[in-house]
Design a protein around this ligand. Structure first.
Ligand code: SF4
Length: 352
């Protein structure tokens, strides 16, 4: 049986490396885009040979900095996807963009080729903070890009980072008020984590305590005008990222490009695909159900309790912690506001 697969395409190049970044990305001012395009097309052809002409509900270009990609490269990739797969008529095509790497001319061209959702890495609305984070853009450039995209017939999201050294709850409330004034319909609020090997990991930074982080997290949902729909994501209804919703709910997806991972489904058998490329290995039904719990419970709507999930989820833990969980009418189990605050622990217990 052929099932729909979402597609994630990794673009691993950035003009420089941010101070907190542990993502798979190369700092490179002049990437070899021809070589990149050739490899991506090669991988797409491999998956078309392996899976046939599957339908594709969403495509997500993540990075690195996908907006760094020349129009020609993006066009060739979309043309190849269109010729090899059945893209749904309402296929969501998201491109991650960094301010300063895409002007209106390039944006128009990307939209013409197929982009219908842009996700901008704004990270902060304060120039000193942007500098501290090692971002290449300033606030003015980010706001200009947001305003330009808001005039186009596409969806828009912006990413922000909170929980910086010395940041207080009043700071984050101020930030959220400024975000509100941008009139966004989707934004992501990511807590800063210090990853090994990054410049930040060598700076002995005084990070907010767990309690302070939790207070900031609550202040965000109280101040932002957008409702939360996932632990770090906020949107007005209808503006959620469909690609992410599909994946958090356990749909199949192909990872294309060096830093991409995927979950492939062929004849009812799940396969794990790590690090892009053409390799994939069998994944047990139990392991796949565990993954569905781990990603599903991050959503406000919760994890869908299909028969496999029901078989392995720790219902004893759920029953003995009624303040952390709620059942929804569409057969899902969701974390309460209190549960969301201790999501990592709660998740471990659910799959134990
Ligand atoms: S732009 Fe994104 S991927 Fe690139 S270095 Fe900065 S955080 Fe990492």
């Amino acid at each position: 049986m052929i099932v729909p697969h979402n597609i994630y395409i990794h673009v691993p190049f950035c003009a420089s490396k941010c101070n907190y970044c542990a993502f798979f990305s190369h700092a490179c001012k002049n990437p070899d885009w021809n070589d990149y395009e050739k490899n991506i097309i090669n991988e797409i052809e491999f998956w078309a040979d392996t899976l046939g002409s599957i339908s594709v509900p969403t495509i997500f270009f993540g990075g690195g900095t996908p907006s760094f990609m020349p129009n020609k490269t993006f066009n060739s990739i979309i043309q190849t996807l269109t010729s090899k797969f059945k893209l749904s008529s309402d296929c969501e095509i998201t491109l991650e963009a960094n301010p300063g790497t895409i002007d209106e001319y390039k944006l128009n061209s990307f939209i013409q080729i197929g982009v219908n959702r842009l996700s901008i890495g704004v990270q902060s609305l304060n120039d000193n903070t942007l500098q501290f984070l090692g971002r290449r853009h300033d606030t003015k450039t980010a706001i200009k890009l947001i305003e330009t995209v808001q005039k186009k017939p596409i969806k828009l999201s912006a990413d922000f980072i909170y929980g910086l050294p010395d940041e207080t709850v009043s700071d984050i409330i101020e930030t959220c008020k400024n975000i509100n004034s941008l009139g966004l319909t989707h934004c992501s609020m990511y807590e800063l984590t210090i990853e090994p090997g990054t410049p930040f990991s060598k700076m002995n930074l005084q990070m907010p305590s767990n309690d302070e982080m939790a207070d900031m997290y609550c202040a965000i949902s109280e101040t932002l005008h957008l409702p939360r729909y996932e632990v770090s994501n906020y949107a007005t209804p209808g503006n959620e990222c469909i690609h992410n919703l599909n994946i958090w709910d356990g749909q199949a997806y192909i990872g294309i490009g060096q830093g991409a991972a995927g979950r492939i489904l062929i004849d009812n058998q799940w396969y794990e695909q790590m690090g892009g490329g053409k390799k994939f290995e069998k994944l047990s039904t139990t392991a796949r159900a565990e993954e569905r719990i781990i990603t599903g419970i991050r959503q406000v709507r919760g994890v869908y309790l299909d028969s496999q999930v029901k078989k392995i989820i720790n219902m004893q833990y759920v029953k003995s912690n009624p303040d952390l969980f709620q059942f929804t009418s569409d057969d899902r189990l969701a974390a309460t506001e209190k549960g969301m605050l201790i999501l990592d622990d709660l998740t471990l217990n659910l799959v134990r």
